[in-house]
Write a protein that binds this ligand. Sequence first.
Ligand SMILES: [Zn+2]
Length: 380
Amino acid sequence: MSTKKLSEHFLPASSIGTEKKIISISFGPKKCGKKVYIQAGLHADEPPGYLVASRLLELLEKADNSGDILGEIIVVPAANPVGLSQWNNDTVQGRFDYFDNINFNRQYPDLTEEIAETITGRLGTEPLENITLIRECTAQILRSMEPAGETEFLKHLLLSLSHDADIVLDLHCDHQALIHVYMGTSLWPEGKDLSTQIRAGATLLASNSGGTPFDEANSKLWWELAEQFPDYPIPPACLAATVELRGSTNTDRQETEQDAQNLYYFLQRRGYIAGTAPELPELLAEATPLEGVDYITSTTTGILTFVKQVGEFVRKGDPITELIHPMNKPGAGEKVILSAKADGILFARCLDRFARPGKVVAKIAGKEALEGKGENLLTS
Ligand SMILES: [Zn+2]
């Protein structure tokens, strides 16, 4: 018998007659002690995630029809109808909220302090009981919140669907990129099988990336509480990751089908789906600190000519891109070269070729933390 359940969740309208909704599709037994949450399209202008989620849903439906879903699996295949409605010049502009220019994947509620107050004096020596207690308190706090406005409501809704999951995957993409993953430092090497199975060319670790993105809103509270209550066992109970599915034009059938299949194998290996996943392939790249990412940043205006390709290993000092200003005299030595500050994999580049001062045009996964990174480790 099918366990598939489709739920509609309506957002409060931000203007007359503009009510939006998301759907969540769930499979498998509820409250069984195993829960996965997967969403796509939080940055609404990132196409590959929608496709991978849709293809994964097909695979899950097949497994469900054979009675093979062993844990609760929730998929939200289009997580951000607000962003999807933001068209400009014939393009979806789904990264920043038109209302206040805040990135849709930043500033999620940080509940650690409130949870800490609630659990003080109630923790015990059993890790599983502590996990249950913390999840109950989190649910209670989320229920007591009254988010105002469409986007705040959306963020609260997504977190309410995901907060008690053991695994949370937020599907995104970069501009031109290798598959890469962001996750908490405490989640490695436990989460290595995710990076390995999806063939990630880089995995970037941070305990606090500075912007409270969706994955960290689910995962960070666990290691922060463990630090605050060192006498009690509090495991990092939520493997939350932001999965970047290459670049925004990578919507090929073969690639997206393979990505969905890889997520399926990952869940199968983790015991959420019956059957045996194939042997884990080799890890393509060891995890590196998010603090070690060299954001190659343009210093001036001009047109970019990249001299390094995505996926290339580069050395400190290697030229990554040339910048030419069309109003400067040809041959006058005005060509600007932007070079690597670290050895590492060039895992992402910008898509357009216009540079301006301060624009991040490429990203390199360096092994060592770079100086002067500040608190905000993510791009805008
Ligand atoms: Zn994104």
